[in-house]
Write a protein that binds this ligand. Structure first.
Ligand SMILES: [Mn+2]
Length: 330
């Protein structure tokens, strides 16, 4: 039995359901699934699984504005309203949430990792709705544990921040997830290929730039680099980064975008990456055929304006699954 795991018991799509694919919306097509159902066996074909990570404890510990715990509940209705373009052969399951108000971030990350691994075993491609960026360590660990040990798992993070801070004083939080991945890799004497896209110099201290400069395998582009380079050059850099890696995990921290398009995040961003450029690069990454899971994190509904940020997160899911559904083997 999975811990801290709750299947959904209420439908969140409000509207009439009809079978006409030309009129269908995501909310009409999404099926609920209980990962604790022991009778399940691996599904055939292309299957996506949405799972919420209901924790923003890491944001609180990191002195950020809390609220991302409600992210999954805000993103789901936005996704449900989008038109269905995936045909009849693609299935999208909503498998529920990892939740536990009285559980530590580490415990919930551990539970998310187990749920993600279970999804992979059932041939369900994980799409995780954060939660604070503490989501990433749990998601990554689950993906890593589901892969053969000889397959490398690269990480591409769309983020204004490196999230590589040490956690010996504070414990794990929303700013330490990738440092935890890095430390795990060091311990297991393997590389940690990590590419951050959208770094803002004014949001990262010199300790972090120094750490990155001294650490093999970590690369980044600033938001300004991306603005100057344009999407074609960024895609080329991504190709070079992925060339010798078997698999990739993608995580989208909504704070890489400006508060103009993503006001509802834990840490607002005055500059930010253009969401169109991010989307082109994301689609390019998915088209590599190496993607094994992705998440959208740090959507903080109490700070959002008319669900703008939740809607942008749902939009990324729409376009990424469009490409991902055309990749038949992962
Ligand atoms: Mn982050």
């Amino acid at each position: 039995m999975l811990e801290d795991y709750y299947k959904l018991v209420y439908p969140y799509y409000q509207g009439a359901v009809e079978d006409d694919l030309y009129a269908a919306k995501w909310g009409m097509r999404i099926q609920f699934l209980d990962l604790n159902d022991e009778a399940l066996s691996p599904f055939e074909g292309i299957n996506f699984g949405i799972i919420g990570f209901k924790s923003d404890k890491g944001v609180y510990i990191n002195h950020g504005r809390v609220g991302a715990v409600e992210g999954p509940e805000a993103i789901r209705p936005q996704l449900a309203k989008l038109p269905w373009h995936l045909g009849r052969h693609v299935r999208v399951f909503d498998v529920g949430n990892i939740d536990g108000p009285n559980r530590s971030l580490s415990q919930l990350q551990h539970s998310l990792a187990k749920a993600v691994k279970r999804m992979r075993e059932l041939n369900i491609r994980p799409i995780v709705l954060g939660g604070g960026h503490g989501t990433a360590y749990g998601h990554y660990t689950g993906l890593k544990n589901s892969l053969p040990t000889n397959e490398s798992l690269a990480v591409i993070n769309f983020d204004a921040h490196f999230d590589l801070r040490p956690y010996d004083q504070t414990g794990p939080n929303s700013g330490t997830g990738f440092r935890q991945m890095f430390d795990d890799a060091q311990e297991e004497k393997r590389a940690f290929p990590y590419l951050v896209l959208g770094i803002q110099e004014h949001n990262n201290n010199l300790f972090l730039f120094d750490f990155v400069a001294k650490s093999e395998g970590i690369e980044f582009l600033t938001g300004l680099d991306m603005y100057k380079m344009g999407h074609e050059n960024i895609c080329q850099l991504v190709d070079r980064f992925l060339a010798d890696k078997e698999k990739v995990y993608v995580t989208i921290d909504m704070d890489c975008f400006s508060f103009g398009v993503a006001p509802g995040v834990s840490a607002i961003q005055s500059l930010g990456v253009d969401p169109n450029v991010a989307l082109i690069v994301l689609q390019h990454i998915v088209a590599s055929g190496k993607l094994v899971g992705f998440d959208v994190v740090e959507v903080s509904p109490p700070h959002d304006i008319d669900f703008h940020t939740a809607n942008l997160a749902a939009t990324f899911i729409f376009y990424m699954t469009q490409i991902w559904s055309q990749i038949h083997h992962i």
